[in-house]
Design a protein around this ligand. Structure first.
Ligand code: SF4
Length: 668
């Protein structure tokens, strides 16, 4: 039996090092790699089962051509040669007639490898096609808010949490989305360090915390300002740190904080005054408070302001200045690699961009320059985008030539003209850098791709050759491409060490650096003012909604992405798709636990099974996981989410969705 070290490529901040055991060319077991300092010998309950992902009977093994109506899922097998000939002929014809911007092509986050994903995007950049403004369905708002506050740099090193003296999980269900950070926090807790969880849902993390604050959705900035108010009132602000490392706190102290008394903060957040006081006292007493901030708080109309305000809090106590303290949202910005070598090898400097969350609108846009061809790899926008009804209407356009490269027949692939079987990450090699730690690692291919599946890289390089794209990177091997990423980059690492599979960290032990225009933590941001946004942190109420209940979507424990929906065991572990209502809301609607319900608003409706639990507060409907159509009657919950923008970063506003829940006759 051979043991091969590789890296988990799922969209997850942990980026585990894995050991895959192979017998007779087949993976028989996957385990965490004990030699990795952070992921330390265990993989999560989803990826322990990734043999089932590779050998799923639902895997696509040959190219397919559509023979039925779009969306019907009727296809016939064709050869790779037929598929490639058709793609190249159609793309070449469209470019000749309408120019390259009539094509939109991209790879997204279901394969986190910098080579497979990066070079696919590089092909479309080189062809001069329309470009996807990616990340807007995920982290663009959080990134913009963090950048305006701290700068384009990662936050606290998650490995430093073992040295902290207070841990705050703010809007982050670590049990579902960051299990290795959870393990490090447990080490700190063994020393008596307390864990505070702030979350609108009583998650597993919240249940295990020492102190849980069930905050109202979208009021995180108010709580952060209320805590700052108390810190100032009680003389717990670190004045020396504020003077040396921050900008504009005096204005915030004068103009904003007086409005966030504990009483008003309680009114806004729904938290008792005593709990706000207790949390502020704990925070003020800590020297090295470590805060993990979740992305969810940024996915609503004032999401940027929300996250930015929370990210300012460690500046008041000086926690940013101490190893073990500070805050982390993500780390990716610290990997200053030569990404352009892969993602932008050639092509025009400027081309039409399409915001990812507006993909439906872009596909439906009438006018002189419609998108005539679409290529999608590693993404399932027909389920994961907001306003998925609009996406599906766009994908259903008969005159749109769509190619999808995926290991499975996703809801998006059902609308494609050509579906190409993609290799999973265990069948590809790639270079990875984490977005939740400071590690980089090279992952080896474990087994040959199943059937006729191809990696994104192989497809990209083949299409580049046939489309006449001659940049050398399209002829390089993966190790050669990885070296290009380090050419002239600030990040120093020995490629030989990486190619041996060793995980390399770029973390240091200094406190948080700030890469804002002032070089300081910016309580006052001129960059935001210049964009017409409030330069100082604040909380403002959302407009009155037309429906009484607010949607809260969270990752499922076993179905955190639709990428896991090809594994029957994980679907069963997650259970039937469900919505959770507080007992008061269920009773007032005459609804009972276990019955079929309809979630509906002006955009659509979806039927789910009801769970009546007090894990959410009154006024909230919780829907965990993104489930495919076959499992949730009427489509996906994201059909109910509008495709409006957040205040910063042009991101999606999933958590600003209002709706009603009513009885349904049945599901399906
Ligand atoms: S915790 Fe994340 S990185 Fe680790 S195995 Fe699971 S999905 Fe992959």
């Amino acid at each position: 039996m051979a043991t091969i070290r590789t890296v988990c490529a799922h969209d997850c901040p942990d980026m585990c090092s894995l050991l895959a055991h192979v017998e007779d060319g087949r993976i028989v077991r996957i385990q965490g790699d004990p030699d990795h300092p952070f992921t330390a010998g265990f993989a999560c309950g989803k990826v322990n089962r990734d043999m089932d992902l590779v050998y799923s009977p639902e895997r696509l093994t040959t190219p397919l051509r559509r023979i039925g109506p779009k969306g019907s899922g009727s296809f016939e097998p064709i050869t790779w040669e037929q598929a490639l000939n058709e793609i190249v002929a159609r793309w070449s014809g469209i470019i000749a007639e309408s120019g390259p911007e009539a094509i939109l092509g991209y790879a997204y986050s279901a394969h986190q490898g910098q080579i497979n994903r990066g070079l696919t995007n590089g092909l479309f950049h080189a062809l001069g096609t329309s470009r996807l403004l990616g990340g807007t369905v995920c982290d663009s708002c959080a990134d913009a808010a963090w950048e305006a506050t701290v700068g384009p740099i990662g936050g606290a090193d998650p490995e430093s949490v073992v040295e902290s003296d207070l841990v705050i999980s703010w809007g982050s269900d670590l049990h579902a989305t960051n299990v290795h950070l959870w393990a490090k926090i447990e080490q700190a807790r063994k020393r008596g360090v307390k864990l505070v969880a702030i979350d609108p849902r009583r998650t597993r993390t919240a249940r295990a915390a020492d102190f849980y604050l069930p905050i109202r959705i979208g009021t995180d900035s108010a709580l952060a300002l209320g805590v700052m108010h108390i810190l100032v009132r009680d003389g717990l602000a670190d004045r020396a740190y504020l003077a040396a490392h921050t900008l504009g706190f005096d204005q915030v102290e004068r103009d904003v904080l007086p409005r966030f008394t504990p009483e008003r903060t309680a009114e806004i957040t729904g938290l008792p005054v005593a709990d706000i006081e207790r949390f502020a006292a704990m925070y003020g007493a800590a020297r090295k408070s470590f805060m993990r901030i979740g992305f969810g708080m940024s996915r609503y109309v004032h999401g940027g302001q929300n996250l930015r305000t929370v990210a300012l809090l460690p500046g008041v106590t000086g926690a940013y200045g101490r190893y073990g303290g500070g805050a982390i949202v993500a780390t990716a910005a610290s990997f200053d690699l030569n990404y352009n070598a892969v993602r932008k090898p050639s092509g025009p400097a400027v081309a039409r961009t399409v915001n990812h969350l507006k993909l439906g609108e872009a596909l439906l846009a009438a006018g002189d320059a419609p998108i005539r061809a679409l290529f999608i790899a590693a993404n399932n926008p027909a389920v994961t985008n907001p306003d998925t009804g609009k996406i599906r209407a766009g994908l259903a356009r008969e005159d749109l030539f769509t190619v999808v490269h995926d290991p499975f027949m996703t809801a998006t692939a059902r609308y494609a003209d050509i579906v190409l079987p993609a290799a999973t990450y265990l069948e590809t090699e790639d270079f990875y850098r984490s977005y939740g730690t400071y590690y980089m690692q090279y992952g080896q291919r474990v087994v040959a791709p199943l059937g006729e599946a191809w990696s994104n890289l192989r497809l990209t390089q083949t299409l580049a050759a046939r489309m006449g794209v001659a940049d050398p990177v399209f002829s390089m091997t993966p190790p050669e491409i990885m070296k290009e990423l380090f050419r002239g980059a600030d990040v120093k690492a020995d490629p030989k060490t990486l190619l041996n599979g060793v995980a390399v960290s770029i973390a240091g032990r200094s406190g948080q650096q700030f890469r804002t225009p002032s070089g300081k933590l910016e309580f006052y941001s001129q960059a935001l003012a210049d964009q017409g946004l409030p330069p100082m942190p604040d909380w403002v109420a959302e407009p009155v909604a037309a429906y009484p209940l607010r949607l809260l979507t969270t990752p499922g424990y076993f179905q955190s992405h639709t990428a896991f929906s090809g594994v029957a065991f994980l679907r069963e572990r997650e259970g039937v798709p469900y919505a959770v209502l507080h007992p008061e809301d269920a009773a007032s609607r005459g609804l009972t636990d276990g019955q079929a319900v309809r979630l509906h608003n002006g955009l659509g409706q979806v039927s789910l099974r009801l769970r009546v639990r007090d894990e959410v507060q009154p006024g909230v409907v919780l829907v965990p996981g993104q489930r495919p159509d076959e499992e949730a009657a009427g489509g996906t919950v994201n059909m109910l989410c509008a495709d409006g923008y957040t205040d910063m970063g042009a991101g999606a506003t999933y958590q600003s969705t209002w709706l009603e829940v009513s009885a349904a006759r049945s599901i399906g």
